[in-house]
Design a protein around this ligand. Sequence first.
Ligand code: MN
Length: 239
Amino acid sequence: MRLIGITPFRSSENGRLCLSRDYADALRQANALPVILPMESDEKRLEELLSRIDGLLLSGGEDVDPKLYGEETLPCCGEIDTERDTMEMPLTRMALEKNMPVLAICRGIQVLNVAAGGTLYQDVAEQYKKEVEHPVYKRPREKVHEMHLVPDTMLSKIIGFDQICVNSRHHQAVKEPGKGLIVCARAADGLIEGVEMPDKRFVLGVQWHPESLCSYSPEALAVFEAFVRACDDYAAEKA
Ligand code: MN
């Protein structure tokens, strides 16, 4: 069974490492073995961690430091998670170098994009448009807006529809995609909801939360199943 490492967040209240159980439950449903990674910044230890897992899941959380994409922090930017930035930036770059499968969700797509040299909207409502409501935090398992898949992308093939409805729990989003990333999904207002790296085995970033829809949405579960299949291939090649 494939071992998938998931990055956690640290509770600002009591310093505990935490993870929404949806990520682990979704991987379990896709027949993989999820493991929560420790918070780590030493690159040798990160490399060691990566050598023990078959895939990397970058989970949701607080905002990426705008200075990592060359911007000043605006008042509309949310809480910045420097500890996670310090771990996830090198971890993501190393995983990409190894051609390890990466599934990057919410903050994860933002980390992936910034690690690839892209930029973010520090606040969608402030800097983009207000047409579609994206920060719908109170309905985590509800499909609240439409999403259009870009034809012939990996994600469109995984999902198997031109458009679906998704949940939306974000106030930031990808502005300029980083090097090697292409857009594979957009909301009805044009906002980027998915990116992927065609040159890699499986590198997918999604701005929505498929992990919270797996219990009733086959297309959400299909994302995790495709990820785990890619981890199978990676593990077979590694062996
Ligand atoms: Mn959205």
